[in-house]
Design a protein around this ligand. Structure first.
Ligand code: G1P
Length: 283
């Protein structure tokens, strides 16, 4: 389940008429990295919880008939093949509307009928993970051992911007938790481990979300329902191997773009040379 209803106010004006998930991170829309991560982890069906003015996301994952036809007429068959290869099997993506910006917890709850009575993953498309194997793949491996619910965490210097966990004990990278809190005050953060935007959850979360009161920022928070679920079900955090790029603001976006350009197989070296030259020019 990918929540994609947000306005992207922190990257305006770029997001005035384009969904933030469609902004390119080097050579592809940000959302493509997240979908690729899901597919690499064996996810079979993707539910987008979307909102008004987000139809570009649906179009991106559909056939672009007119474009393909025009490419074919010009003999650009390799581009057509590339577009074809990017298509998912018919029926393997669903789009559900979140009618108002009531919070992440509400967005997840909006997907309840499509997801049904099965464990599922939540992936926040603002957060791009650079990891090998992918973050969700590492989580699925850990989930196959411990079951229950699992979230990815990573150390941060700015816990006040995120959900933060209270660790209890640790076995390698797997952490048992006592609790979690959404956007704590900086000096009250229970640890430096933040919830980095990848979750594997049991369907019982939906019942809790149905009755969840608004929390931090006046929004229905997924973190608050997870903290309740933790009282009755196994819940672990995984400090995954890799790095999270938060594309939620302009500099985070730039950081992600640079990182993904530098590690791109085809363009990495050229990107490095270009950046070095740009810095030298600036003096
Ligand atoms: C959400 C979650 C938070 C998590 C963060 C990661 O917050 O509520 O727990 O740490 O995503 O980006 P948001 O960024 O929507 O404010």
């Amino acid at each position: 389940m990918l929540p994609v209803a947000g306005f992207g106010t922190r990257v305006l004006p770029a997001t005035k008429s384009i969904p933030k998930e469609m902004l390119p991170v080097f050579d592809r829309p940000a959302i493509q990295y997240v979908v690729d991560e899901a597919l690499a982890a064996g996810i079979e069906h993707i539910v987008f919880v979307t909102g008004r003015n987000k139809s570009a996301i649906e179009d991106y994952f559909d056939r672009a008939y007119e474009l393909e036809d025009s490419l074919r007429l010009k003999g650009k068959t390799s581009l057509v093949a590339e577009l074809e290869a990017g298509l998912r099997p018919a029926g393997s993506m669903s789009f559900v509307r979140q009618q108002g910006a009531l919070g992440l917890g509400h967005a997840v709850w909006c997907a309840r009928d499509v997801i049904g009575d099965e464990p599922f993953a939540v992936m926040l498309p603002d957060m791009l993970m650079m990891a090998q194997p992918s973050c969700l793949t590492q989580m699925v491996e850990a989930y196959n051992e411990v079951g229950g619910n699992l979230i990815a965490v990573e150390p941060t210097d700015t816990p006040e911007l995120y959900g933060v966990i209270t660790p209890e004990s640790r076995d390698g990278r797997l952490i048992k938790m006592k609790g979690m809190v959404e956007k704590p005050k900086r000096d009250e953060a229970p640890s430096n481990l933040f919830i980095s935007g990848r979750y594997i959850l049991q369907p019982e979360i939906f019942d809790l979300l149905a009755s969840q009161q608004a929390g931090a920022g006046g929004e229905i928070q997924l973190t608050d329902s997870m903290a309740r679920l933790m009282q009755t079900q196994a819940f672990h955090a995984l400090e995954y191997v890799g790095r999270t790029y938060d594309c939620g603001d302009k500099i985070g976006y730039l950081r992600a773009t640079v990182a993904f350009a530098l590690t791109n197989d085809e363009f990495g070296e050229k990107a490095a040379a270009t950046l070095r030259a740009a810095l030298a020019d600036k003096g």
